[in-house]
Design a protein around this ligand. Structure first.
Ligand SMILES: [Zn+2]
Ligand SMILES: [Zn+2]
Length: 349
């Protein structure tokens, strides 16, 4: 089968690989029906994810059809359409029992797919702990609607939950890329009074506004971000801040625009260390919560998708087959052509 492989820092390429096999009784094999590229894949390509193993097939955000299951798999059966969770987890260890599946202590626990073990930018993928890592796609939900269930939408959902957004809050989201947009979408579930979206990309901001996700949009360099947010909040600052950009100064913006006692959720994955200027923030009594996602809510997210309460269709701006995946990486990495997300069909060659 054809697969997109991380070959080492700065290098990715399409390779011919054998189809995956069941290695453990809790595994399932899925035929990948749709896959996509995530900014984490770009971080891996840049060599910025230390635990990523060269030679691994990338891809941790995909849908599929189950074709084989190990003897201990109970929840899914061959033929089921499924969304794949970015995290594979045992469901039984100390962290899993508390819902903190990102820190599952099993060998393939946490974010392993498309990082330490072969992922879904391929025609087939092996999913460890399939009962935990696969969410059935109900009739009436398309693969495109389910594509982001296990990764960026899970991230937005998890962020909104740990951000403790309350009704009538002012929420600031730094970064209006795919995950930022998902964060706004999920924060809306908690009925904030307003969401303020901040990004240097005005196209993305306008998309956020047009889709009803952001009420106020601010562009660093054009707008005075801190002042605008203070004006909108009677001088206080945002009640909850989500830092989803991972840019050079965005962490500093995040804590500066937060009101005292706010929750600041760091969703972004940085490629460089960040400064935490404790003397400057003394007295502000902030609560920081850091990534990455605990993908423990895939079923809830699927239910909300089926009910029409979470709709990520608009994120798919580009579609292609596996034969164009290298061009897709180039477009996605360099944000060409107003790309938000690709939907890639691996089965076309
Ligand atoms: Zn991802
Ligand atoms: Zn576990």
């Amino acid at each position: 089968m054809k697969a997109l492989v991380y070959q080492g820092k700065g290098q990715i390429g399409v390779e011919e690989r054998p189809e995956p096999q069941i290695l453990d009784e809790r595994d399932a094999i899925v035929e990948v029906t749709l896959t996509t590229i995530c900014s984490s894949d770009i971080h891996i390509k840049h060599g910025a994810v230390p635990k990523a193993v060269p030679g691994t097939i990338l891809g941790h955000e995909f849908t599929g059809r189950v074709i084989k299951t190990g003897s201990a798999v109970k929840k899914v059966r061959p033929g089921d359409r499924v969304a794949v969770n970015v995290e594979t987890f045992c469901g039984e260890c100390f962290y899993c029992r508390r819902g903190f599946v990102n820190n599952c202590t099993e060998k393939d626990g946490g974010w392993a797919l498309g990082c330490r073990i072969d992922g879904g930018q391929a025609e087939y993928a092996r999913i460890p702990f399939a009962d935990n890592g696969l969410t059935k796609i109900p009739e009436g939900v398309t693969d495109e609607q389910a594509l982001f269930n296990g990764d960026i939408l899970s991230t937005g959902y998890w962020a909104a939950k740990i951000g403790e957004v309350k009704p009538a809050d002012t929420v600031a989201v730094i970064g209006a890329g795919p995950t930022g947009l998902c964060t706004m979408l999920c924060a809306r579930l908690y009925t904030p009074a307003r969401i303020i979206a901040i990004d240097t990309d005005e196209y993305r901001l306008h998309l956020a506004k047009e889709k009803g996700l952001a009420d106020l949009i601010l562009v660093p360099g054009r707008d005075r971000i801190e002042e605008e947010i203070r004006t909108a909040t009677e001088g206080r600052g945002a009640d909850v801040v989500f830092e989803v950009a991972g840019g050079k100064d965005t962490f500093q913006t995040a804590w500066r625009i937060a009101r005292p006692n706010a929750v600041v959720v760091i969703v972004a994955m940085y490629e460089e260390p960040q400064i935490l200027p404790l003397p400057d923030m003394y007295g502000k009594n902030l609560v920081f919560k850091t990534g990455g996602v605990d993908g423990s809510f895939c079923q809830e997210i699927m239910d909300l998708t089926a009910a029409g309460k979470l709709d990520t269709d608009f994120l798919i701006t580009h579609r292609c087959g596996m034969d164009q995946i290298m061009e897709a990486y180039d477009i996605f990495e360099h944000k060409k052509d107003h790309v938000i997300k690709f939907a890639i069909k691996p089965q076309n060659i």
